[in-house]
Design a protein around this ligand. Structure first.
Ligand SMILES: [Zn+2]
Length: 255
C-alpha cells in the first residue's frame, strides 16, 4: 500500500463511465476533495460499504493526483450512521449539514473544525438528537468556522446592543435593531427574542453540548430561515439539500 490514509466523511457519490465512481468527501486536513474510485462498481471489496453519502470512512488515496482529482485506492468503513438513515428528518438534517460543511470548509483553517463539527453532529443525530433542534444549532457553528462572522450580540447596522423588535439580515451580517432594519437592503426577517436567545446559546455552547438545546417549532423555523438566508447570501446559491429538508424535516407551524 503506497497511499495516504485519510479520515473522511463521504458527501456525494456518482457513477461515471463503465465501472468507476466519483466521490466528494470532507477531510480534516484539506477540506472537501474529489476522488475517483476506479472499478469500484465491479470490485466491491476495496470499497466495501464505503461509498455511501454521510459515512465516516478511512480512504487510502494515491500520493499522485491529476489536477484537483484524487485517486482512491481503497476504503474502510468506520461508522455508517445506520440509525439516522432510518429517520427522514434526521437524514435530511444530516444532508444539509454535510453539504454546508463541504461548502464552508475551503479556508485551510476551517477544514479541521468543520470536519470535527460535522462528525460530532452526525453522531448526535445517530444518538437521536431531534433534527429540528440540531440543524439550526450546528449551522451556527459551521458558518462561524467557515469564517462568516454571524453577529448575534451587536446590531449589524449601528454596532450597539441590539434593541427589539429584532430583525435578521443576511447582508447586515446577523441581528439588527428594529430601528436600524429599515436602513439596510433586504432580504430580512423578523426574529423574536426567543429565537435570538437560542441562536446565542448555540453559538456559546461547544458542539458536544448542542444536543441539549431544544428549539420549539416557531423559534426553530425562524432560526432555520435566517440561517438559510445567511448561507444563500454568502455562498451565492441555495444548498440543494434544503429541498429534501422541506419535504421531510420541517416541523408543523414553521414557515
Ligand atoms: Zn442597531
Amino acid at each position: 500500500m503506497s497511499g495516504l490514509l485519510v479520515p473522511a466523511i463521504v458527501l456525494t457519490v456518482k457513477d461515471v463511465g463503465e465501472a468507476d465512481r466519483l466521490v466528494t468527501f470532507l477531510t480534516a486536513a484539506r477540506g472537501r476533495l474529489t476522488g475517483l474510485a476506479r472499478h469500484a462498481r465491479r470490485s466491491r471489496k476495496r470499497f466495501a460499504h464505503c461509498l455511501e453519502p454521510l459515512s465516516r470512512v478511512n480512504f487510502v488515496i494515491a500520493t499522485r493526483r491529476r489536477g484537483d482529482l484524487e485517486f482512491l485506492q481503497e476504503g474502510e468503513l468506520i461508522q455508517a450512521f445506520a440509525s439516522l438513515r432510518r429517520d427522514l428528518p434526521r437524514l435530511a438534517a444530516a444532508a444539509v449539514l454535510a453539504e454546508a460543511a463541504g461548502e464552508l470548509a475551503s479556508p485551510p483553517e476551517a477544514a479541521a473544525p468543520i470536519f470535527a463539527a460535522l462528525e460530532t453532529a452526525l453522531e448526535q443525530l445517530e444518538q437521536g438528537t431531534p433534527a429540528d433542534s440540531l440543524l439550526p444549532a450546528c449551522l451556527v457553528h459551521l458558518v462561524q468556522w467557515g469564517g462568516y462572522g454571524l453577529k448575534l450580540d451587536i446590531c449589524g447596522a449601528c454596532g450597539g446592543d441590539p434593541k427589539p423588535p429584532f430583525w435578521f439580515s443576511a447582508p447586515g451580517g446577523g441581528v439588527l435593531c428594529g430601528a436600524c432594519a429599515g436602513g439596510l437592503p433586504g432580504p430580512r426577517l423578523p426574529l423574536n427574542a426567543g429565537s435570538l436567545e437560542l441562536l446565542r446559546q448555540a453559538h456559546q455552547l461547544p458542539q458536544e453540548k448542542l444536543s441539549r438545546l431544544r428549539f420549539p417549532p416557531l423559534q426553530g423555523g425562524q432560526c432555520l430561515t435566517a440561517l438559510r438566508l445567511f448561507l444563500r447570501h454568502h455562498l451565492g446559491r441555495e444548498l440543494r439539500s434544503w429541498s429534501f429538508w422541506d419535504r421531510v424535516g420541517r416541523s408543523p407551524g414553521s414557515k
